[in-house]
Design a protein around this ligand. Sequence first.
Ligand SMILES: Nc1ncnc2c1ncn2[C@@H]1O[C@H](COP(=O)(O)OP(=O)(O)OP(=O)(O)O)[C@@H](O)[C@H]1O
Ligand SMILES: [Mg+2]
Length: 276
Amino acid sequence: MPLIAFVSPKGGVGKTTLAASVSAVLAARGAEVIALDLDPQNALRLHLGVPIHEESGFLAGLPDGLRWQEALRQTRAGVGLLPHGHTEPKASLDLTRLLLERPDLLGQQVREMVSAPGRVVIVDAAPGPSPALSAVLPLADVICVVLLADSGSASLIPSVASGRFLGRGTLASRAALKAMLVLNQVDLGAPLSDAVLEFAQQAMGERPVSAVARDPAVAEALADRRLPVEGVGPGSEDIALLAETLAKRLDLGAPPVEKDRGRPSFSALTSWGLRR
Ligand SMILES: Nc1ncnc2c1ncn2[C@@H]1O[C@H](COP(=O)(O)OP(=O)(O)OP(=O)(O)O)[C@@H](O)[C@H]1O
Ligand SMILES: [Mg+2]
């Protein structure tokens, strides 16, 4: 069943925030969701309510033959989580080398995860390329490439559109066809945000471009040990819309009847005419 990967050529753009939130929304919609953290920062667990001192995880245990079923933990968001786990710098390098030589150690287990009907696997990747990401990308149905609505990110959009940021050759071009660009921290009414969004839409052609508003409540949510989608505000609304777009694209079926959560209709997507 579907695998959605949150990736970026850039760090600090919101991959983990969005991966955790989209996982929670899809779980609330009735899907069985596994959130898989490929990033040695081991931060996805914090968004999903795992206490900071609990440091074990799936990738960290891979060299010792850990199976994903043994590492899986349930979270209060209803998401099954495979934390990366804490790794010392040397162990992290050894793991990178191991996955470079034997990508199937991870690829085979992820293939097992996605083989169950009705299950959605959501991957949170470290910034840039990595052997772990290369092992799972061939299994991805949608590659959510997250960038900011700033000029540094804009300079990377052509390499996202062509797939060059994923590597060279036919496989990278094929992966690029599955890319969906998510511009995060969009400032409503700021000319730069506007220009970057317009450029992104041109560069991506037929492929979807989503926008998530810059919203202090999104950043504050983690400090409060909440998910942004548990609150109200433009960021929360855009993230819920992003999850809905993904659910439609992956044919996950209709959501349960929505309760009125009193969401404001104001959002980055509304402002740009991407939705009514
Ligand atoms: N829409 C938003 N509005 C305001 N702040 C945001 C938004 N999205 C994310 N942030 C904040 O931006 C920071 C970076 O987010 P996050 O850690 O999710 O990025 P990342 O791409 O996973 O980073 P890394 O590359 O280090 O893994 C966090 O402090 C987060 O709270
Ligand atoms: Mg991250």
